[in-house]
Design a protein around this ligand. Structure first.
Ligand SMILES: [Zn+2]
Ligand SMILES: [Zn+2]
Length: 331
């Protein structure tokens, strides 16, 4: 099969992904083989490719927002028929028995396995996944438009939920890429006023187009105090800036897996019961709740399409803030 493979992490400017032939994955019990049709490009892929996430497998095929159809069912896999459209997300598998898995917090499982980091992912024609960790996908929406929902969408939704912003409240979003451009549609559905903070004018334009009531530079002061702020950009210096915009008791939720170091914080920024918290991965429940809502709203994703062989170009464009919405590989 054709795939983009990473032998060793390197700066994306060096185009470290190699497009070529790779062996088709073998199926373990309970797994299905998916013929990928589209794979979303996530900032986490950039962290994997550049080595900000410690390498866990080499060589590796990245990618964890896979839309495809079931090509074959492995031993004991009976949940899907061949030809069913499914989505493979970041959360590849969890242990199912630890205290986190048993308390509805499988996103925190210490033995969790992640797609496109610890096992091969979707920058390839075929991907293997356990049937219990893939999503049945709604009819209607196109493969390319569904792909960014599988990580950017679900993580944006979880970040929005854990921020505790009330329906009708005021919310900041720092970084206006794939996750924010979906989360704003959920926020507006909940009558939340969104204030977008981003250094890139094109991203401010997208935020306004999607209904942000205000869009400014990363360190600008919004015209009102906010109930919560979500940070999707991997820049630690945004944390004190976001805390400064909050009302008393407000929350800053961090949606990324990697962030540059946080600067020292004045305790006054956190005092009055402001909360700073991260979001790690997501549960299957988050994914199911979100995909249901995405159909109901309905959410529209802005997509820039690349061929599978152009994965390096897609990641370079992402790094340079040159993607409006989400980058997706057509496979
Ligand atoms: Zn577990
Ligand atoms: Zn992701």
């Amino acid at each position: 099969m054709k795939a983009c493979t990473l032998s060793a992490p390197a700066p994306i400017g060096q185009n470290p992904l190699h497009y070529g032939d790779a062996p088709e994955p073998e199926l373990a019990p309970g797994q299905i083989l998916v013929r990928a049709r589209a794979c979303g490009v996530c900032r986490t892929d950039l962290h994997v490719v550049e080595g900000e996430l410690e390498p866990r497998k080499s060589p590796l095929i990245p990618g964890h927002q896979v839309v495809g159809v079931v090509a074959r069912c492995g031993p004991g896999a009976t949940r899907f028929r061949e030809g069913a459209r499914v989505g493979i997300p970041w959360l590849h598998q969890t242990c199912g028995v630890c205290e986190f898995c048993r308390s509805g917090r499988e996103n925190l499982c210490e033995r969790a396995v992640f797609t496109g980091w610890m096992v091969d992912g979707g920058y390839a024609e075929y991907v293997a996944a356990h049937q219990d960790f893939v999503y049945a996908l709604p009819e209607g929406a196109a493969d390319l438009h569904l792909a960014p929902l599988l990580c950017a969408g679900i993580i944006g939704f979880r970040t929005l939920r854990v921020s505790g912003v009330p329906h009708g409240g005021a919310l900041g979003m720092y970084g206006f890429g794939a996750a924010a451009h979906v989360a704003i549609q959920v926020a507006r559905h909940w009558q939340i006023a969104v204030y977008a903070f981003t250094r890139d004018e094109r991203h401010r334009t997208l935020a306004r187009d999607l209904g942000a009531v205000w869009a400014g530079d990363s360190f600008d002061e919004p015209p009102v105090k906010l109930d919560a702020a979500l940070i999707f950009a991997p820049a630690g210096e945004l944390v004190p800036a976001a805390l400064r915009t909050l009302k008393r008791g407000g929350t800053v939720a961090l949606g990324g897996i990697h962030m540059s170091p946080l600067p020292p914080l004045d305790y006054g920024l956190l005092y009055h019961e402001r909360v700073l918290r991260s979001v790690a991965n997501n549960t299957r429940r988050d994914g199911e709740d979100f995909l249901r809502l995405a159909v109901e709203i309905p959410i529209h994703t802005e997509v820039r399409e690349f061929a599978l062989a152009e994965a390096n170009q897609a990641l370079n464009a992402l790094k340079n803030d040159a993607i409006r919405g989400a980058a997706v590989l057509r496979i």
